[in-house]
Design a protein around this ligand. Structure first.
Ligand SMILES: NC(=O)c1ccc[n+]([C@@H]2O[C@H](COP(=O)([O-])OP(=O)(O)OC[C@H]3O[C@@H](n4cnc5c(N)ncnc54)[C@H](OP(=O)(O)O)[C@@H]3O)[C@@H](O)[C@H]2O)c1
Length: 209
């Protein structure tokens, strides 16, 4: 199969990339990135500007898209800039891939995603889920992890505090509230892309704990 992976340099995306490159079923991964990444015989990694994605590239035609794009309001600098990365970019990727005939889209969303939420982050996640539904993918898979576990270079205070607490409490917490290791999320998303089922499917956090 041929896979488009956006967000390949992130915590979850890099796990997806590792698994996909190692999977015999995956013949090619196209990972549009904004900085050079380590080459691999199965990897095509065009350097792109997500504000001006190249609409005519033949690589938009694939078997599935996995989207692990995302930022934080702090890193992005404003709610508007956050929304661009977490809503507009996935929508544009979805639009172009669908236009070129790609049948499946697998989104890394978040626990609590809800277009009607009063919490900005949850609302944007809900809006992107909603927006992707409107693009008409025969298969749409939405992974909704809780707090993601894994080694991150960037310092995020909330994660630094919460990851050890939730890890310690893990055994007594309901599965839905436990840490979701990036590798588990990646495995679930890649599995869904490799074995597409028609319609919309939600992967809840308890299945990635
Ligand atoms: N952190 C959590 O606990 C948590 C919980 C639930 C859901 N989520 C969601 O899960 C998803 C993946 O999270 P993650 O922690 O793996 O993310 P991450 O490590 O921050 O990686 C984000 C990816 O998006 C790319 N990206 C960010 N801004 C961009 C821009 N302006 N233009 C192009 N690419 C851009 C990054 O590329 P560069 O490497 O070039 O920056 C990177 O590949 C996100 O949507 C996040 O909201 C996170």
């Amino acid at each position: 199969m041929k896979l488009i992976l956006v967000g390949a340099t992130g915590l979850v995306g890099s796990e997806v990339l590792k698994l996909a490159l190692a999977a015999p079923e995956v013949a090619q991964v196209v990972a549009p990135v904004r900085r050079r990444i380590q080459p691999h015989p199965k990897l095509v990694a065009p350097i792109v500007d997500y504000d001006r994605l190249p609409a005519q590239e033949p690589w938009w035609q694939a078997d599935a898209v996995i989207c692990a794009l995302g930022t934080t309001i702090k890193t992005a600098g404003s709610q508007e800039a956050f929304r661009k990365v977490d809503f507009s970019y996935p929508m544009e990727v979805g639009r172009l891939a669908r236009q070129h005939g790609t049948p499946s889209f697998v989104l890394n969303s978040a626990l609590g995603a809800d277009a009607g939420s009063g919490i900005f982050y949850n609302r944007v996640k809900g809006e992107v889920e909603h927006g992707l539904r409107s693009l008409g993918f025969p298969t749409l898979v939405i992974a909704r992890p809780g707090l993601i576990g894994g080694a991150r270079e960037e310092f995020r205070l909330g994660e630094k505090i919460m990851v050890p607490i939730l890890s310690l409490l893990g055994p007594v917490l309901p599965r839905a509230w436990r840490i979701n290791p990036a590798a588990n999320i990646a495995r679930a998303m890649l599995g869904a892309a490799m074995h597409p089922l028609p319609g919309e499917h939600i992967i809840t956090s308890d299945r990635m704990a």
